[in-house]
Structure formats: C-alpha cells, structure tokens
Ligand binder design. Structure first.
Ligand code: SF4
Ligand code: SF4
Length: 441
C-alpha cells in the first residue's frame, strides 16, 4: 500500500495526477480496442485503452493502489495515441498515461533499485544539456566510424553486457559527420531578399546529432518558400522523451527554457520536423497546470508550433515536378497522425514528388514499434510491431518510405536490414529539397 497525501485518491497529490475530467469522459464503449496495438497483440482487456483507463480510475478513486500490474501496463502501452483518434468522446488518453507514468516513476524511485540508472543518467544528465549530448554523440561517432563498432560487433562484445545489448547494438542511431549548428547559420534568408514569412526552427536532440541534414533540408525548403529561418543557439531538447516516460519534472525545466528562448523571437511559427517533439510542444500548457502565468505563456508558445508539412501546406509550398522514379509510400508517425491529427499534409508533399509512383501503405498509421524509447525498453514487442510494418511495406512494393519522425526513421531502417526489405527511409523535407535542387539543374 502506498502512502498518499490525498485522502481519497491513491495517487500522490504533489506530482501530476491523471486529470479527473479526462477520466470521466471515458464511457467504456470500447470503440478504441481495435485500434490498440497492445490489445491486438495480447487480447487482454488490461492491455487495452479502456482497461488502462479503468485501472487509472480505480487508483484515482482509492479502490486500488499502484501495483506491479499497473506499473507494467502503463509502460507496456506505446503511448501511440491511436485510441484517441478512435475515441468518440475524445478522451485525451496521452495526457492520462503520461501523468500515470509520472506516478509510477515516483513509486519506482521510492523502491530500492526501482528506477533505471541508465535511463536516469541519459535523460536526467545527457539530454538536459545540448553540450553534453553533443559530446556524447562525438564519442559515439568515433566508435561508429573508427572501425571499433565493426570490431565489437564481430567479436560480439556487446553480449558481455547481456543478450539484449547484443540485439540493441545495431539499432544505435548513426551520428552524422557534423551537427546542425556546424552547418546551419543562426539566421538564413531567401537569396533574393524577398522575405514573406519569418519562422524559428527547433533543431531537437537526436535530430540535431543523428539527422542534422534533415534540419538543414528543412531550413532550405523553408527559405525556398520565402521564409527567413532563425535557429536560436540557446534552445534545448523539447522534453518529449522525458514527458513520455514519466519524468515530468525535467520535461518542465526544458519546456520553460524553450519558451523563454522562442518567445523572445518575432516569428510567425516555430517549425518542428520531428513528430514526437511537435506533439509534445503543442501541449506544453498541460505541464504548467499548477502555474497559471506560466501556463498562459506555454499555451501562447504552443499556438505557434507547426509541423513542417503542416506549415508548408498552409503557406502553399512551391510544387516541383515529380522526382521519384521508384515506388514510394508514406508511414504515419503516431505523434503526427494521432498526436497532431496531421496526415494529409505530408501526403500532399510525397504525392507531389512521387506522382504515379506513390502508393498508399496498408495500416500506415499502425505504430512501427519505435514509440520513443519503447524499442529499447520493450524490444521483443517492438520487433513484433516492426515485423508487421515491414510486411506491409514489402507488400506495397515501395522502395522509398517517407516519414516525419527520427524515431520511426531509425526503426524502419533497422526493420529493412533485419527483415531483408530493401528500402530508403526519407524525411518529407529531404525529399522536397532534392526536388528543388533537381529543378535547378
Ligand atoms: S477511451 Fe474512448 S473509445 Fe475507448 S472506451 Fe473510453 S470512451 Fe470508448
Ligand atoms: S496509446 Fe496506443 S498502445 Fe496505448 S492504449 Fe492507446 S492505442 Fe493502445
């Protein structure tokens, strides 16, 4: 039994509590069940959105306590939010599970050996400071490019750290030769001097070191469409990795810093090219429910956040001639399609560039198993989801898969190698930039 500071609820009152208004919205209709990947895998009610909401409600009402089953289920959930899309009354399941995870992490921290030291080190130390993350990424880059990685894998050295580490080792993101700020100036303007829009760019954390070229491509396509692009140096990780895994305290610190940095800029929009980051930043207001002044600033900030595909279609992007000669398809990142309800805008870009080579992907919005760090924490389940995704990609005949999230890109690239499906994974901004460059020749 957990001691709580509230008389009725068995949740801790001094850390975020699942919102009672959202809990009451659920009418237990079950419309969400068929859209839930973990329910599809297990056919267990407790692994469904409805079952999880019922568990959260029971703890909130003091009927049960945070126990091992609850702790397991809150993290077995992918937080993919497919259930939100399917839910008729619009229960905000993502906000519920993220608050529930914060409660679980609090309980774990009180148990001896309860919380993961590696996760605490990475999220609590490395991802809190961009300079630390870049130093760590440089070490990883040296390991990957010096031949040490090949040697270690050939000698199966990661196995010394456990069987799972051997399986996870090939999934490490490939660190790029240069990071975003090595390549992208703090301000980039259209070469003809005609500035129609002014935007700021979030460069992200993993995106900054493993997909810096996507950031560069994003800035290039914005400039091509009449935008002046600001890339402020003081920005930090958006905090979504923290928020989605129950570390709301550090998520708040990062959110506050970004709000301070970006609100000082006179821009029309804050552009994000990673679905998980955009989805989280659009709900920064939830983080400050206990601080009305900060919440108002967070909501104003969130109102300016736009996914790159959302913004480009809003301003009517220049459509070049189709450039893709191979069959191409689009995979919906969960936090773009379910978290931000954005599905047509990226398709508009891919269709424009693929022309007749575009093919729709069966189950395009079914999670690929990446889900933040889920592919590391729940490797086997993640692989089952990845296998399903790769079978669908193979059946589509696509050789190019376009997706707007770094986690999905890493997962799909891994899926291609693991299941022998030869594909190239591209971000919509990269594809668009290539088309603009091809049109110049
Ligand atoms: S979450 Fe929505 S769809 Fe699922 S049972 Fe509750 S009300 Fe119905
Ligand atoms: S977020 Fe995804 S995995 Fe979790 S309950 Fe909803 S549909 Fe299922």
């Amino acid at each position: 039994m957990i001691t709580t500071s509230k008389s009725v609820s068995n949740f801790f009152a001094d850390i975020p509590v699942p919102d009672d208004a959202f809990l009451r919205q659920c009418i237990h209709c079950g419309f969400c069940l068929s859209s839930c990947p973990t329910y599809a895998l297990t056919a267990r009610e407790i692994s469904s959105p409805r079952g999880r909401i019922r568990m959260i409600k029971n703890i909130a009402n003091g009927k049960t306590s945070v126990d091992e089953i609850f702790m397991h289920e809150m993290f077995f959930c992918l937080d993919c939010r497919a259930c939100e899309t399917a839910c008729p009354p619009g229960v905000q399941y993502g906000a519920l599970v993220e608050a529930a995870r914060a409660q679980v992490e609090h309980v774990r921290a009180l148990q001896p050996g309860g919380s993961s030291p590696l996760k605490n080190f990475l999220l609590g130390r490395i991802f809190m400071q961009p300079a630390r993350l870049r130093r760590a990424a440089k070490l990883l880059r040296f390991y990957q490019r010096s031949g040490l990685e090949k040697l270690a894998l050939a000698l199966r050295l990661p196995r010394l750290l456990g069987k799972r580490m051997m399986a996870l080792a090939p999934m490490a993101p490939r660190i790029e030769p240069a990071f975003t700020f090595d390549k992208l100036p703090e301000k980039v303007s259209p070469s003809d001097g005609k500035i129609e829009h002014r935007v700021a760019l979030l460069v992200g954390c993993v995106q900054d070191v493993a997909f810096a070229s996507v950031n560069e491509d994003t800035a290039a396509v914005l400039v091509k469409n009449g935008c002046e692009v600001l890339a402020p140096r003081a920005q930090v990780c958006c905090g979504s990795l923290h928020g989605h895994t129950g570390d709301l305290a550090n998520a708040k610190i990062l959110a506050k810093k970004n709000i301070e940095v970006f609100e000082a800029l006179a821009v029309d929009a804050i552009i994000v090219n990673a679905a998980g980051c955009g989805s989280f930043m659009k709900t920064y207001g939830h983080l400050f429910a206990d601080d009305p002044a900060m919440q108002a600033r967070a909501e104003k900030f969130a109102g300016r956040v736009k996914d790159i595909s959302e913004y480009l279609t809003e301003i009517g992007f220049k459509k070049p001639q189709p450039v893709l000669t191979k069959r191409a398809t689009y995979h919906d990142a969960c936090h773009l399609v379910h978290g931000q309800k954005i599905s047509q805008q990226p398709r508009e870009i891919v269709r424009a560039l693929a022309g007749e080579n575009y093919v729709e992907l069966h189950e395009a919005s079914w999670c690929c198993g990446s889900a933040g760090i889920y592919n590391l924490t729940h490797f086997e389940t993640s692989l089952q989801l990845l296998e399903r995704k790769m079978k669908n990609i193979q059946a589509s005949g696509a050789k190019v898969v376009v997706s707007g999230n770094p986690g999905c890109a890493i997962q799909l690239q891994h899926g291609g190698r693991r299941f022998g499906v030869p594909i190239e994974v591209m971000h919509p901004a990269t594809l668009l930039r290539q088309a603009y460059d091809a049109a110049k020749k």
